[in-house]
Ligand binder design. Structure first.
Ligand SMILES: C[S@@+](CC[C@H](N)C(=O)[O-])C[C@H]1O[C@@H](n2cnc3c(N)ncnc32)[C@H](O)[C@@H]1O
Ligand code: SF4
Length: 408
């Protein structure tokens, strides 16, 4: 009897969108809704079914549960998901992140996730100023951040990211410095720090349109400079516009390297990428393939980008009827995809080694994009070397504008 044909593994990255939040924050445009018990239950069942469909073609080295608020799922719902992942051989990843809101972390849940194979937590802190947390519509208090961080450490998490936001309306430089001081003192392994984006159709956007908010670009620049300097002094390496990581664990975070995924996993050979960088996101920025499950999740597999329905009820209905919940699908031309990959990758401090870009896209940056690279170098935003191109610190501050030049 011959063996069944081996399934082709199409990606090594798995993203799962959990579309529920206790309450919508005033700035957030990610797809999520206030949860009710029945919908969450239905979502979990549909998600497991979707996992069963894609399991043969993905052997994840990285898994990322994002949202929404994955930590809002109950112990019982997490148990169903973790057991399904185990059964489907999806849980043996080197890096497995779950996003948590500090208001929804409990010791039982942290232990369940850790025992189930999760080895990285990303916590949405945003600010440690009580008035600004209110302004952002967050459900958590500053005390919950410290308490949750302790719970995570006690459960054995030695790779924790903190999300922070700056240029929040009403935030002074002093308030940002204070949040940075307290956040850095926690001793996390990773920091993601985002300047507020006024996303259309959010309450914050409407306040901006109504003239209720003054945007101060100079203050935002000063905050970014403060961040870069303070993070470096605290032992972080910046490896992307908004991302900072340590190269090794702090002694109080446990020195044993349970996290052992090397840059070469995604053909990234750069000393500018620290050991504790988020490998899942590095794969995005380097143009790698990934499977995305859950409402509104995107996938990029075999050169085709698909997006699931951004409506949890429709997502569940489709899957319950035995159909994929795809809302759109597009095959980008190789040149358009290369342009996108160039733009994403430039967000990384390492920029693009030419050889690596060629391996990832089949194109040569020096042929299709030499004028753009010269232009950025002339403006002081880029650095052109014989073997690669990268943005300067000044260019990184305006990475979105710089990256746009590379799109085709
Ligand atoms: C999808 S959220 C998930 C985290 C989790 N739901 C939480 O908020 O606790 C990821 C991060 O994106 C950032 N973010 C979301 N909307 C933003 C916006 N409009 N401007 C800047 N940063 C934003 C926040 O720092 C947030 O923690
Ligand atoms: S920032 Fe996080 S908690 Fe707030 S609405 Fe967005 S996904 Fe939900």
């Amino acid at each position: 009897m011959s063996n069944p044909p081996a399934q082709r593994v199409l990606s090594r990255s798995l993203f799962i969108h959990v579309p529920f939040c206790a309450r919508k924050c005033s700035y957030c445009a990610f797809y999520s809704e206030a949860s009710d018990g029945d919908t969450v239950h239905r979502y979990v069942a549909a998600l497991v079914r979707e996992m069963e469909w894609i399991a043969p073609e993905v052997r994840p080295k990285t898994i990322f549960f994002g949202g929404g608020t994955p930590s809002l799922l109950t112990l019982q719902q997490w148990t169903v998901i973790l057991e399904a992942m185990q059964r489907l051989n999806l849980s043996d990843a080197a890096e497995w992140t779950v996003e948590c809101n500090p208001a929804t972390v409990s010791a039982d849940k942290a232990r369940l996730l850790r025992d189930g194979g999760v080895n990285r937590i990303s916590m949405g802190v945003q600010s440690l100023d009580e008035a600004l947390l209110d302004r952002l519509g967050r459900v958590h208090s500053r005390e919950m951040v410290f308490k949750s961080f302790d719970i995570l450490r006690q459960a054995g998490f030695d790779n924790v990211n903190l999300d922070l936001m700056f240029a929040i309306p009403g935030q002074s430089l002093r308030a940002w410095q204070d949040t940075l001081t307290e956040a850095l003192a926690l001793g996390s392994e990773h920091l993601s720090t985002y300047e507020v984006i006024y996303e259309e159709d959010t309450p914050l956007f409407h306040q901006l349109q109504a003239g209720e908010i003054d945007v101060d670009e100079d203050l935002a620049c000063a905050m970014y400079e403060e961040l870069v300097e303070r993070a470096a002094n605290a032992g972080f390496t910046q490896y992307e516009v908004a991302n900072f990581a340590r190269d090794r664990k702090l002694p109080n975070g446990g020195e044993r390297p349970t996290f052992n995924i090397q840059p070469s996993t995604f053909n990234v050979h750069s000393p500018a990428i620290p050991l504790l960088a988020c490998r899942h996101n590095v794969n995005y920025w380097r143009g790698g393939s990934f499977h995305g499950l859950g409402p509104s999740a995107t996938s990029y597999v075999g050169g085709v980008r698909t997006k699931n329905r951004s409506n949890t009820r429709l997502y569940c209905e489709q899957i319950e009827a035995g159909r994929r919940a795809t809302e759109s699908s597009e095959q980008l031309s190789p040149l358009a995809r290369a342009g996108e990959t160039a733009a994403f990758g430039l967000r990384m401090v390492a920029g693009w080694p030419f050889e690596e870009f060629r391996r990832a896209t089949g194109h040569d940056l020096r042929e299709g994009w030499s004028e753009e690279m010269r232009q950025l170098a002339g403006r002081g935003w880029g650095r052109l070397a014989p073997d690669g191109f990268q943005l300067t610190p000044q260019g990184l501050r305006f990475a979105d504008a710089a990256a746009e030049l590379f799109l085709r």
